[in-house]
Design a protein around this ligand. Structure first.
Ligand code: GCV
Length: 657
């Protein structure tokens, strides 16, 4: 068993700061957290930590972290911001809160060598979104089908083993440190599918939840629980969980009060309701505003927040029924409720209208609820993007989503107050299965804090912190990861078609895997053409959920961008794309090119032998071998399927079976 990998915070990452004279002022729990970091770093690397206000005998600090109580700073820097001033080779970081100072501390770690040297600067950093959260789909008791972590590709859970909360939670503390270093400030610790044992975390499991919260607290990360909407019946013995029943309301108030007694900084609840078998307000003839407000009012007196998921759709559809369209569901259920949610409800919307496919258009719901707090939900765990066996850097996808100009005035990022990711971490020694998948966890936090960051620059930060500044390693890792999302897309589902995966596990190709199932139908391929007609003119009308200009853009075959063409239109195989290629030739070309790109990744990784830690190299090598095998399978199955359907040969005459 390899020792636990330090991810992007090895001792070497703290060495540049640890060599300097550093002053730290202020007090409080978070200042003590920073002090511990600085004490360790300076002790290991020969620098010096000076606490408190300057005294005559103290050496001049190279870097100063200072807590300010000035009203102007409070207004300017807010609850989590910090100011960085470099003047004559002295660096000063000022914050009005411990949270801000902690973020400022990690900012200086990212600056690397000699952070006090360089041009004079004065810049304020504030997060774009106050809510930056990771959801864990971890089960306390390993689920017979989904295992310990639903859609987890990094071993077991950090929190649970053998049916209960782990005795030793020290690794959770390490995880909290990593998350804090990239600005994550909330974590939900159990699966949104809340099974029997997990529902009891809210009641008799509370002391254990409190132990987990204690690991996150020094890093100011608030813990949330996913709760089962039916808890008043299942746990409280009530006859109903109807959100309008006074006894139900009282039950939730009491439950929340007990939680806050045990965990005063508890974040609140996460709820998946009326979705994929989870109970919800529909069962009582109520709507999702009634359901969400029930829980919101229970936690409101304690400052809690309820993340209510908009992932509500019918998973028992009849594939013969062409009028149902899963893509429409979130908007159809939620847009009409805008304005009815309490202030402490955050409606959590998946980035796309379906389910974390390699490519989807952004959900139109972000533009439809101006009077509701929204969060965008991203999938860091690589359910449909290679399950941490394929190297896929998702930063560019998330950057595109967050910056997508959905309305004439606002990007998705500008329409939401939170960014939530489904965590990709488990008890794996490398945290994330594929060591390169750590980059996704890192980028999630950084982009949630500042969506305008260039994902390639974020990757560069991660590379230097993790591997050091060997330029060859940097070039190779960039070469592998920069375009890896597009490479993955190219050898899997083309042009916005999704779900050509093996049902259940969602790994590997199965073109017709979901085509005749109750979960929705995704490609409608026949001998003449492919794609889902979601237009208003002849299809499901989904395009009508978008504001202009996207409604017209997506409705029009001529204007629809190639990469989502088959998401919106059913076209003949001979349809000529904006790229100038026919759809069928694009399918062939992209699949051949994708596998070639993976072969280059494999060779590039091999060149790192001896230049990076051996266990990281070996783990990566094993994953790249699987990626090449799997990509080849995708290429051959997808190409063969569409060649057989269409009868149109590859113009380059390559091997199709
Ligand atoms: C936690 C998809 C996944 C499910 C997941 C669900 C959700 O359907 O396959 O495993 O359930 O999304 O987001 O709730």
């Amino acid at each position: 068993m390899s020792p636990i990998h330090p991810a992007w915070l090895p001792q070497t990452a703290l060495a540049p700061l640890g060599r300097l004279v550093v002053r730290l002022t202020g007090d409080g729990a978070l200042v003590e957290t920073i002090a511990t970091e600085l004490r360790r770093a300076t002790a290991a690397h020969g620098g010096r930590l000076v606490r408190g206000t300057p005294r005559g005998a103290d050496p001049e600090p190279d870097v100063t972290f200072t807590s300010s109580t000035a009203a102007g700073d409070r207004a300017d820097l807010g609850a989590e911001g910090f100011r960085v001033v470099r003047h004559r080779e002295r660096l000063t970081v000022t914050a009005a809160t411990g949270d801000g100072l902690l973020q400022g501390f990690f900012h200086v770690v990212r600056l690397g060598h000699d952070p006090h040297r360089g041009e004079d600067v004065a810049v304020v950093h504030r997060p774009a979104h106050p809510l930056r959260m990771l959801d864990h789909w971890d089960n306390v008791e390993s689920h017979p089908v989904m295992g310990q972590v639903e859609r987890g590709y990094a071993g077991g859970s950090l929190f649970y083993a053998d049916g209960s909360v782990r005795e030793d939670l020290s690794r959770v503390g390490e995880y909290a440190r990593l998350l804090a270093s990239v600005g994550v400030n909330r974590v939900a610790i159990n699966n949104v599918n809340v099974h029997r044992t997990e529902s009891r975390l809210l009641t008799d499991g509370l002391p254990d939840v409190a132990r987990i919260a204690a690991q996150f607290r020094p890093w100011r990360i608030r813990v949330h629980l996913s709760v089962n909407f039916n808890s008043p019946v299942a746990l409280g013995g009530l006859a109903t969980s109807d959100p309008l029943a006074p006894a139900v309301q009282q039950w939730w108030r009491d439950a929340a009060a007990r939680v806050y007694q045990e965990i005063p900084d508890f974040g609140g609840f996460v709820v998946k309701a009326d979705s994929e078998g989870q109970p919800g307000p529909f069962g009582y003839g109520r709507d999702h505003a009634d359901g969400a407000n029930l829980l919101a009012r229970a936690v409101a007196p304690h400052g809690g927040v309820v993340f209510w998921r908009a992932f509500v759709y019918n998973h028992t559809q009849d594939w013969r029924d062409r009028s149902t369209d899963r893509a429409r569901a979130a908007y159809d259920h939620f847009a009409g409720l805008d304005g009815r949610f309490d202030d402490n409800v955050v409606v959590q919307v998946k980035n796309g209208p379906i389910d974390f496919q390699p490519r989807e258009p952004v959900s139109p719901l972000f533009a439809a609820m101006p009077r509701t707090s929204l969060a965008v939900e991203l999938q860091v765990t690589q359910e449909y993007t290679g399950q941490q066996r394929h190297a896929v850097y998702l930063g560019p996808q998330w950057g595109e989503v967050l910056q997508f100009p959905l309305t004439p005035r606002a990007s998705v990022s500008g329409l939401v107050s939170g960014v939530v990711g489904v965590s990709n971490v488990g008890d794996d020694p490398f945290w994330t299965g594929h060591p390169l998948a750590q980059a996704n966890l890192y980028a999630f936090g950084r982009l949630a804090w500042e969506p305008a960051l260039d994902p390639t620059a974020v990757l560069q930060e991660w590379i230097v912190l993790t591997f050091g500044d060997d330029p060859q390693v940097g070039a190779v890792v960039h070469g592998i990861l920069d375009e890896s999302w597009l490479v993955y897309e190219s050898y899997t589902a083309p042009l916005g078609v999704g779900f050509m995966v093996r049902p259940g596990g969602h790994y590997g190709p199965d073109v017709d895997g979901y085509e005749y199932t109750p979960w929705g139908t995704y490609h409608f391929a026949d001998r003449d053409g492919i794609g889902v007609d979601r237009t208003m003119a002849t299809g499901t009308g989904y395009t009508g959920q978008y504001p202009e200009p996207w409604r017209s853009t997506y409705e029009s075959l001529a204007d629809c961008p190639d990469e989502v063409l088959l998401f919106f239109h059913h076209v003949p195989y001979g349809h000529v794309l904006r790229s100038g290629k026919t759809v069928i030739q694009h399918i062939y070309d992209s699949h051949f090119a994708g596998v070639e790109a993976v072969a280059k990744m494999v060779a590039a990784w091999e060149s790192l032998s001896g230049r990076i830690d051996q266990p990281v190299f070996e783990r990566g090598r094993e994953r790249f071998a699987e990626q090449l095998r799997s990509a080849t399978e995708w290429r051959d199955q997808v190409n063969t399927y569409f060649f057989r359907k269409s009868g149109i040969p590859d113009s380059a005459g390559r091997t199709i079976f």
